[in-house]
Design a protein around this ligand. Structure first.
Ligand code: CUA
Length: 352
């Protein structure tokens, strides 16, 4: 290929790819707009290292440009051999000491932040603790102290540290929550801990950041940060869920029956019982997404129940329940979408 496209083809392709990919960010899935303590610390470090990098780049470029013009061969001097210089103690010292200083400026805050962010839950603290389990391809969140289980949506109160203990039930995953904190490996053999602290209310995207199988890229979760009062209310509501409650509509009632007849219930728990194979569905109807990536619409849910494999390859739901017709899937969907922890007002709680 001739012309400028030929010469600069690689540069052009890389440049335009970078430009296109820069549009892929999500508002609540970015380390550049921190909404939590860990994310703020990380951004400060990113800025510090970029400032140092730009400084080094500029200094090198200025010297380079100066040398380039000052010492280049001039017309009529083709045969002149310049003065040969070997070694210069002062220069050697300068370009050894400056990088050492720059590395120290970078290393001290980085190491300090690393230890700060790895802080475990202090002995005897009554701060919230959540056990996170990574599974192919979904997340389980267990609030052991509160006797509450959720999956996919992790509720936390704003303005306080929430300590999380992470373990995997199968392969290595990675818990990545860029807007609020950093990233931590979720291993099958040992427990890793970190804390998250959201400064603003909101729904934040999280992703699995370790290649863990064909549906790795679909292993998303959400962190729902609410005010401490709302969080307490949510806990109360979750504890008051009656997994046996009879749904209101006939379709949902039939769906409830199908849910056990078709074997869904053997993998999915309801209420506070821990779940082993599939996500806990107690608050399914209030989820921001399901299956990690799908909007909680009835249409999506029917598609998912009918053929989960085509949506999320390699997931464990495939083949683990009896075949359902579209009509049956629709009833099961009606049942699942009405599973919501109902608001219990303080008066309700008192009259119970
Ligand atoms: Cu789990 Cu990638």
């Amino acid at each position: 290929m001739k012309g400028w496209m030929g010469k600069f083809r690689v540069l052009f392709i890389l440049g335009s790819t970078a430009l296109v990919l820069s549009g892929c960010g999500l508002e609540n899935l970015t380390a550049l707009d921190p909404k939590g303590y860990g994310a703020q610390v990380s951004l400060d470090l990113i800025i510090l290292s970029i400032v140092i990098m730009v400084f080094v780049f500029l200094v090198v470029m200025v010297i380079y440009t100066f040398v380039f013009f000052r010492f280049r061969q001039k017309k009529g001097q083709e045969d002149v051999i310049p003065k040969q210089v070997e070694g210069n103690k002062v220069l050697e010292v300068i370009w050894t000491v400056i990088p050492i200083i720059l590395l120290l400026i970078l290393a001290v805050p980085t190491v300090t932040a690393t230890f700060d962010l790895a802080e475990g839950q202090p002995e005897g603290s009554d701060l919230l603790n959540v056990n996170v389990t990574g599974n192919q391809y979904w997340w389980n969140f267990s609030y052991d102290d509160l006797d509450v289980q959720t999956s996919q949506d992790l509720y936390i109160p704003t303005g306080e540290r929430v300590y999380i203990d992470m373990k995997s039930s199968d392969v290595i995953h990675s818990f990545w929550l860029p807007s609020i904190s950093g990233k931590m490996d979720v291993n099958p053999e040992n427990e890793n801990t970190m804390f998250i602290e959201a400064q603003e209310e909101g729904v934040y995207w999280g992703k699995c950041a370790e290649l863990c199988g064909p549906s790795h890229s679909l292993m998303d979760f959400r962190v729902v940060a609410v005010s401490p009062d709302e969080f307490d209310q949510w806990v109360t509501d979750m504890k008051n869920v009656d997994p046996e409650a009879e749904p209101e509509t006939a379709s949902a009632q039939e769906g409830k029956q199908l849910f056990s007849d078709k074997g869904c219930i053997s993998c999915h728990a309801l209420g506070s019982s821990p779940t082993a194979i599939g996500p806990n569905l107690t608050s399914f109807g209030s989820r921001t997404k399901f299956a990690g990536i799908l909007d909680p619409t009835k249409e999506n849910l029917v598609d998912w129940i009918m053929d989960p494999e085509s949506i999320k390859p390699g997931n464990k739901m495939t083949g683990n329940y009896k075949e359902v017709t579209e009509e049956e899937a629709s009833k099961i969907a009606d049942y699942l979408l009405q599973l919501e922890p109902s608001e219990i007002t303080p008066e309700d709680a008192e009259s119970e």
